[in-house]
Design a binder for this molecule. Structure first.
Ligand SMILES: *Cc1c(COP(=O)(O)O)cnc(C)c1O
Length: 388
């Protein structure tokens, strides 16, 4: 085993695919401190700054005092407290679905839903760029996996045609794709699913709190509220907390309570995480300006990037707060990330297998705490480094 590990580690390093965790001394949403140095942070999913919002922290603190720090038990034994029920009620209300179920992480929500709904003899139909947790969930389920081309309605249509003989089928897509920031063509996908009488599962992790008039997510953005059978979200991004959830019909949620092993055989979400998410949810309703600001920052940044880097092929259009900057090789993207770091900008390189080969990139996450000044600094640094 030891030899195997050493050999694998060596290979990763040679291919510029080695990954490290770096621990920060301080991490605000748009600003971090690492080895005593301050950086503008373009890598946070705390899109609305709620992980540090005083009201969110206060509610989490109250929950800590009242219920203690840990989850203590499975939700089905004695782990469920009023805060779980309140959070699930409010999330269902927010997403305009009948019911909601909270999991300890979004990853586990995906594992729980897919592995309990599908098994041998069933088929899952997935976008090529779906999140890793969806792929792992499909593998765990043991169903047949069919991949359609990224955001291609005609490719999905063909796969739907080919899979008619399967007992059960489920179409699964991200709403905002994590590494590209583009949106799935949801209107067309919903239409196709309805025509084929197949359920759709939407992973709305990055869109929750950001898209739509009320920040409900991609379903609201596309005018599809109530049209999607299963909607997944995370508490760990715009909600500034920790945890995942699934929204759907009352029947679906009761089924999951009884069948989803990542719900049954794990400890309940910690009380402070519940309380923080409840507070963030109420702020989302009030602070519309924040989501508007994030999206404006993204479009402003893209305008500048397009003007300067369209010809060099670095620019790729995004429709959300996530802006990719395509570099190509692993080595080049690492070098660029390091050069930005020298200048006080933190935007780590994203490499395979997270993105396809030769599409290594930097990925800029915009948050409501960034300012136009931060964008200017980023653009100047990119230009300096790419034009030499
Ligand atoms: C982040 C993310 C998840 C996982 O959520 P966690 O709560 O961090 O486990 C699932 N799906 C997508 C699309 C994500 O971006």
């Amino acid at each position: 085993m030891q030899d195997f590990i050493l050999e694998e580690n060596k290979k990763l390093k040679e291919k510029f695919l080695w990954r490290n965790v770096c621990s920060l001394e301080k991490s605000l949403c748009h600003e971090i401190i690492l080895n005593g140095k301050k950086y503008i942070n373009f890598s946070s999913n705390d899109y609305l700054g709620y992980a540090h919002h005083p009201e969110v922290i206060e509610k989490a603190r109250e929950a800590l005092s009242c219920y203690g720090s840990g989850g203590r038990s499975s939700r089905l034994i004695s782990g469920t407290i009023e805060l779980h029920s309140e959070l699930e009620f409010k999330l269902a209300q927010f997403k305009r679905t009948e019911k909601c179920l909270v999991f300890p992480t979004g990853f586990m929500a995906n594992l729980g839903v897919i592995s309990s709904l599908l098994g041998q003899g069933d088929a899952i139909l997935m976008d090529r760029l779906n999140h890793a947790s969806l792929i792992d969930a499909a593998r765990l389920a043991g169903c047949r996996i069919f991949i359609y081309d990224h955001s291609s309605v005609s490719s999905l249509e063909k796969v739907l045609e080919r899979t008619k003989s399967y007992q059960k089928r489920l179409v699964v897509t991200d709403s905002i794709f994590s590494m590209d920031g583009d949106l799935a063509p949801l209107k067309e996908i919903v239409e196709l699913c309805k025509k084929n009488k197949v359920w759709l599962m939407l992973d709305d992790a990055h869109a929750t709190g950001l898209l739509g008039e009320n920040g409900i997510g991609a379903a609201e953005h596309f005018g599809l509220l109530g049209e999607i059978e299963i909607v997944i979200g995370t508490l760990s991004k715009a909600l500034g907390s920790q945890g995942g959830f699934v929204c759907g019909s009352e029947d679906l949620i009761s089924y999951l309570v009884n069948r989803a092993r990542p719900f049954i055989y794990t400890t309940a979400l910690a009380p402070a995480s519940c309380a923080a998410a409840i507070q963030a949810l109420s702020l989302i309703r009030k602070e519309e300006w924040k989501r508007k600001k994030v999206l404006k920052l993204s479009f402003d940044l893209q305008k500048e990037l397009e003007r300067r880097f369209l010809d060099s092929g670095n620019f790729r259009k995004s429709e959300s707060q996530i802006v990719p900057f395509i570099v190509g090789s692993e080595e080049k993207s690492l070098k660029l990330a390091n050069a930005l770091k020298e200048k006080g900008i933190f935007a780590p390189a994203i490499r395979p297998p997270t993105v396809p080969n030769n599409e290594s990139r930097l990925r800029f996450s915009l948050t409501s705490e960034h300012e136009e000044e931060d964008l200017k600094k980023l653009i100047v640094c990119l230009e300096e480094n790419l034009k030499q």
